[in-house]
Design a protein around this ligand. Sequence first.
Ligand code: COA
Length: 194
Amino acid sequence: MGNRELENINIGMIRPHLRDIPDLPLPDGYSMRLYRKGEGPLWTEIVRRAEPFLEIDDDRFDKEFGAHLDKLPDRCHFLLDPGGRAVGTTTAWFLDDYAGDGETYGLIHWVAIRPESQGRGLCKPMLTIVLTRLAHEYDKAALNTSSGRIPALKCYLDLGFVPYMSRERAVEGWSQVRSVLKHPVLEAMPELGA
Ligand SMILES: CC(C)(COP(=O)(O)OP(=O)(O)OC[C@H]1O[C@@H](n2cnc3c(N)ncnc32)[C@H](O)[C@@H]1OP(=O)(O)O)[C@@H](O)C(=O)NCCC(=O)NCCS
């Protein structure tokens, strides 16, 4: 984050279509598998270990997914390391009316990789698997994130997500991202400042 303490501002992103998902294989030995009934505690443990900003309490999983537990075995993914240990997770979720257009968006929901497995280029391959799942059902995708999550934002931008600017504090949040992350998508947005 550089030498300034920056605020972590909530921001959103949209992928206006779900075509052209790149083919990015996981490194040798890594794989993805779907959630099995009762794996809420595993999800909680991974997300808690990874999460830099939020307190992840024991009932977070139920708050997020409890109303639709039956949907998880088809949508919640775990990333496995070469030893078969679950080191990451993300979920192909959904949200009605993300952008006030009355449409249902595929939602990339809760992306996390254990700290000891970060920085190995696992995130984008993991996300392409979930984007492909979303493409089976939705025409576009969205996600909620925050301005301090630079590795995640780099991956989302590289995978075709663009800033959703019709949101409170969007210019402020994305200007902050642009001040620390040089990315062509942000460079092409003069409204974010120098
Ligand atoms: C988000 C998360 C899953 C990404 O996993 P990761 O292992 O850190 O990411 P990867 O190493 O696969 O990819 C990160 C990318 O960001 C880049 N990056 C990382 N830090 C960066 C920085 N300070 N400036 C510019 N780019 C940076 C990396 O170079 C890489 O891009 P590249 O593959 O094109 O070189 C992980 O960091 C995590 O769990 N974070 C905590 C939870 C979180 O914030 N989740 C997102 C919720 S919206």
